[in-house]
Write a protein that binds this ligand. Structure first.
Ligand code: M3P
Ligand code: FE
Length: 318
């Protein structure tokens, strides 16, 4: 299933968010948004009201799944782990947390090896898999060059899927599982200054400032945003120009997060799901201390170029 050899990297366990599945009202208007505007690549349409997309610099066959539904929001987040045997180790450790684990046979999800599937205390469905068919990033594996033949010219010039932010209750319990079962580390957290209550927790399993984050919400299983990497602030501005040109609904125009230090834009897909494009941010190492923000600096933690708290950003979820 891999177009290369076994990964021989120092990473063990979870490598990245490999797949996010979200619900949309209409597949055709979503195609216009994600493919034509954002520049993701449609890889195939299932016979089950699902369309599959990847970003231009990803090797795996797909990373975004859109499912036609009556309500927007998130179906699941799937992490890719380095080796098949990790799945049994994770399942064992999840059982120690009294979490029910479902074993899903290979090819239940297209071009995917077997998966384990479970729900976090916040209600979000999580998958882990080790194998997915690869079809390359448009460049050869030997003497690849630096850009594909046609260049990264489409739409927002998205590079790859980066992270997502989920909203729910009991985010401390979520974080404990991600850390103790899957080996994530906490890069940053935002707490209430009065009582240290966790409001947002940022977790990484890589050199990225975060792979997944959780924000406290009164209701479980909510979706805040899915985020795609861009190469540069120039590309971020290019995306902002296209967002304006095509009248895409903006939540937050170009700014920089205090948390993660990424330069960012937030906008909505035609179904009201929030998307982010971002670039920059620091390199995280496993021994980087956890950075803590508190609500005395909420504006700066979220948007550090105008230090302004934005209620829509904190309250609008799907
Ligand atoms: C990000 C990011 C909050 C900040 C979120 C930050 C909820 O999503 O990409 O850095 O305060
Ligand atoms: Fe983000």
């Amino acid at each position: 299933m891999k177009s290369n050899e076994e990964p021989d990297m120092p990473v063990t366990g979870i490598m990245r968010v490999g797949e996010v599945a979200i619900r949309v009202f209409d597949l055709e208007e979503s195609r216009q948004h994600y493919d034509k505007r954002m520049g993701l690549i449609e890889t195939h349409q299932g016979d089950d009201d699902k369309v599959y997309y990847k970003c231009p610099d990803e090797h795996d066959l797909y990373s975004l799944v859109l499912r036609k539904a009556d309500q927007p929001g998130i179906d699941y987040v799937a992490f890719k782990t380095a080796r098949d045997s990790d799945l049994d180790d994770f399942a064992e450790r999840l059982r120690a947390f009294d979490i029910e684990v479902e074993h899903v046979p290979a090819n239940t999800y297209p071009a995917s090896g077997r998966r384990i599937k479970f729900n976090l205390p916040s209600g979000h469905e999580i998958h882990v898999y080790a194998e997915k068919e690869q079809n390359g990033n448009g460049m050869p594996l030997r003497n690849p060059g630096t850009i594909p033949d046609e260049g990264y010219i489409r739409g927002f010039r998205t590079v790859r899927l980066d992270h997502c932010l989920l909203g729910g209750t009991d985010i401390d319990a979520n974080a404990k599982i991600m850390m103790e079962v899957f080996g994530f580390t906490m890069s940053e957290k935002l707490v209430a200054h009065e009582n240290e209550m966790s409001l947002a927790l940022f977790l990484t399993t890589s050199n990225k400032p975060h792979d997944i984050a959780f924000v406290l919400q009164p209701e479980g299983n909510k979706f805040h945003h899915v985020s795609f990497l861009l190469d540069s602030v120039n590309d971020l501005y290019h995306a902002a120009d296209l967002i304006g040109k095509y009248n895409i609904a903006v939540d937050v125009a170009p700014n920089r997060h205090g948390v993660t230090r990424g330069a960012t834009i937030y906008f909505f897909d035609p179904s009201g799901n929030r998307n982010e494009v971002f670039t920059g941010g620091y390199v995280h190492y496993p021994d980087t201390p956890t950075l803590v923000w508190d609500t005395t600096e909420l504006g700066k933690a979220t948007f550090s170029q105008d230090n302004t708290v934005r209620p829509s950003f904190l309250e609008v979820l799907t």
